[in-house]
Write a protein that binds this ligand. Sequence first.
Ligand code: TYD
Ligand code: MG
Length: 459
Amino acid sequence: MAKLKSTFVCNDCGSEHSRWQGQCNACKEWNTITEMRLETKSDTSANVRSERFSGYAGASDSSLQTLDQISLTELPRIPSGYAELDRVLGGGIVPGSAILIGGSPGAGKSTLLLQVMCNLAATMSTLYVTGEESLQQVAMRANRLGLPTDKLKMLSETSVEKICEIANKERPKIMVIDSIQVVHVGDIQSAPGSVSQVRESAAFLTRFAKQVGVAIFLVGHVTKDGALAGPKVLEHCIDCSIMLDGSTDSRFRTMRSHKNRFGAVNELGVFAMTGKGLKEVKNPSAIFLSRDDEESPGSVVLVLWEGTRPLLVEIQALVDYSQMPNPRRIAVGLEQNRMAILLAVLHRHGGIQMSDQDVFANVVGGVKITETAADLALLIAMMSSFKNRALPHNLVVFGEVGLAGEIRPVPSGQERLNEAAKHGFTRAIVPMANVPKNPPPGMEVIGVKKLTQAIEALF
Ligand code: TYD
Ligand code: MG
């Protein structure tokens, strides 16, 4: 028998070492390195064994072809029954793809997939593999949620080889593995959930998905700091990685794709956890905008652009005299560095000094903003709190602020204004280049080029 080759992988960061050592060179953690067997030609490794599963037209073909010879018959996507999920996936489930759904425990991954699968089972062959919960627990949940339970096939199994064996006979169109952290491949000695197991299991299942043409949802738990256990080790082998976020004490869950081979990333899907499972939120702007009627200083509404649709959110700022030598700058849902830059711009180009003030900013509803289009809104919110002047209720703001105090245009200005008009806003302060020829009826759009113009228009 050929000598078995092995490598040593850190369970925390996934970096490889040629021999065992106590401390990982890359992340400096102790006792995290485990041995992982590599595939060799002569043995029955995962690769060789998964070769048995074939029969799918698009399966790996080792002859050479030029790009134009490859058949382009696009596989029709399968609608999941949830428009929010379909949007994040880029328009539905692609047959033969491997989709990772990550999230903290209790986010609702199992609930969502159970709902999706029960509904899909009516029209196609589906398989739900649970390694975490018992079959009875899943059945009880399905009953409580009032889902159709007569078609969905269930399997309680943690060995990847056995799962694929059964799936190869059953030939489901869609399959769920709940979760990738509890399944294991026989070849590897380390425990389920370790980097090497997670990586090999995911690779095995992805290969199987491609060969048989079954779409596989892999559930993955994230660790405290938000990385999928065995950070990044999974992302390269799967087709699509989705995160389901939201704290368990909030009703709302947001879903975003971080990698998608079949669509755009950063699409946002919004769900609400109810007593009857996860429900789609069709109009998210309405929930993030729950404002009371009284106008208060420091609060301003902005229009974000999330993937392919606009979203209205409220930013709140509190500026208060600081007792400390180093005043605090705290931003929740926004980037702290961005806030420091904006304060410098405000000082230099707006003549407003906040160096003896604590500045706090928050995005209402737990939304995380990564867009620079929020700059102007954040500046105005800080000004409003500093001057203790409330802004009118009917006002929306968006625009990027440059270091020279100029207001730069942002993409999709017209769509953002339309969304604001739909929600009853009648005044908008936007970058000059974003002022449309035909503003939405009933809306006054004020274009600004410089920070000073925006300040003049409001204060
Ligand atoms: P679950 O899908 O088990 O989470 P995950 O698989 O991501 O770990 O979600 C469980 C949480 O959702 C749990 O905290 C209770 C809550 N929940 C509801 O509020 N309503 C419901 O109808 C269901 C099924 C769950
Ligand atoms: Mg679960």
